[in-house]
Design a protein around this ligand. Sequence first.
Ligand code: PMP
Length: 425
Amino acid sequence: MIDKNTYPKLTFKDFENIPNVAIHERATAFDDFLNYLDDNGRLNYRLVNQTGCANELTIHGNNSVSDGNYVNFVSNDYLGFTQHPRVKQAAIDAVSMYGTGAGASPAIGGHYSYHQLLENKIAQFFGKTDAILYTTGYTANSATIQALLKKEDIAILDMAVHASIYEGCLTTNVKTFLHNNMEHLEQILKHCQDQYRTKLVIIDGVYSQDGDIAKIKDILQLVKRYGAYLLIDDAHGVGVHGDTGRGILEKEGLLKDDDIIITGVFSKTFGSLGGYVVAEPKLIRLLKFQSRQHLFSVSMPPSQAMAAVQAMALLDEEPQWQAQLWKNIAYYKQGLKSMGFNIGNTESGVIPVKIGDPTLTAKATRILFDKGIYTNCIMYPAVAKKDARIRMSMMATHSIEQLDQALNAFDLMNAKLQIANKPSL
Ligand code: PMP
């Protein structure tokens, strides 16, 4: 079994498979470890938020954390649309008209006019004709890759892609290239030449833990040179990047390339739930009839579909939110940098403060929390073992006062833990 003295060094992953230990004993061992983390103030998970997703939230009802109000840096609601009156009203109206659920999977009776509307809207959003919806963004990725790639094929992943992409690759061949490293990608593509039926390179537009963006132009050149295809998950780029919020493809002038398979979510900028794939019509049709999650899992509820339709309209009609988000990002990044914190290469609404040591990162997160600043402490396996960081998501609706409150909390935290390097003058 697991030696309790090793607890300080362990992570959840160490409890995934304990040799010769069956499920109930494994649950007991894990329970003991969770209690240890809780007793040491390291179990900052599943805090009960009473107020909903907004720039400030109230936490109440936990055993080990203080109840109170917190500035929210943990929601990917970049434009604040979960609270926008028009988005809320669209959801309410949809419930009044259509009820609360879809009742079946899309293939067998669960495809409604509001789904068709959303499918059309998201295809048009990228200037294309066809799209498919999934009930979560996670499934959009995993289902698509599972349906497209089989044993004769290979997925070539940037190592920093989202977990849902790794999940989609469980039944095909996989190779990962070092994050945004073109030499390594080319090496793999060369090595795979003629060996596989389909080679699909998969990247995120914006990387969810570092906030940096894909070198997509260089990647696309390599993809074409070696006869591969490209899938981009732009969950964190849409609504944030590009002059009209169409994401990294718009920013890089690549929206016209019809060979790129685009996946994304309605759960971040669009303040709702669900995922989508936009690609050439025949490929979308194949997914509609061959992806298991589309055949066997219920479609998204009317409220969420219509909230997403409304949020997409708002992005065009109220561009001030996207502009304000970028003002907030610039102000906050400058504040953190001037104190000497390492924020890596972020160019998006995701801002990490890279610390490295997991215990120190947990302490820093806790100090910020005690000062009313709710951030995420990110550790292995979400990132490499020595790459722990505080991760924050910016919102257009954060006020300058809230950003200053957070920057002051970072300053106080640093006075205690000495994490930041002095900025070079
Ligand atoms: N892709 C990326 C890059 C993500 O960050 C996430 C969510 N964390 C997903 C996909 C999954 O989306 P959802 O939460 O809507 O299922």
